[in-house]
Design a protein. Structure first.
Length: 138
């Protein structure tokens, strides 16, 4: 999967990438960085959760990458929370310590930071908080 990711980056750095406007420049992480994202897609009337995570070392090299797709009947924010949980479980199973964490769902950031959870994912948020305390160096 890591090789596929690298190949996709080579393709993306071609002519299409030259037309995009850069608003922030990517920098190597200070240590181990976990980046995750998820989406809810509809394929032939079936809702699918598509989740992925990427773990980079201090040199910006990909250490691990993961991808998961499964049928679900839920909301986008819950799919994002499940992606966070899944990536934390993976890092925990490998005894990986995380220095930086990046996700793009403000709702989940507030759930993890401010203890203001609404929806049916309270137990997943609590699991993630426990794993964060064990896996993160901050």
């Amino acid at each position: 999967m890591v090789n596929q990711y690298r190949q996709a980056n080579l393709v993306a750095s071609g002519s299409q990438a030259q037309n995009c406007q850069i608003t922030r420049r990517w920098c190597r992480p200070q240590g181990v960085k976990l980046n995750m994202d998820a989406a809810l897609v509809n394929v032939n009337g079936i809702k699918l959760m598509v989740a992925r995570f990427l773990l980079r070392n201090h040199a910006g090299e990909v250490m691990f990458a993961g991808f998961k797709r499964r049928a679900v009947n839920t909301k986008v924010v819950e799919v994002e929370m499940k992606a966070v949980h899944w990536s934390f479980l993976y890092c925990s199973s490998k005894n990986l310590r995380i220095d930086e964490l990046e996700l793009d769902c403000k709702v989940i950031v507030s759930w993890l930071r401010d203890n203001q959870v609404n929806g049916g994912v309270e137990h997943i948020v609590e699991d993630c908080k426990v794993m964060l305390e064990k896996a993160c160096r901050w």
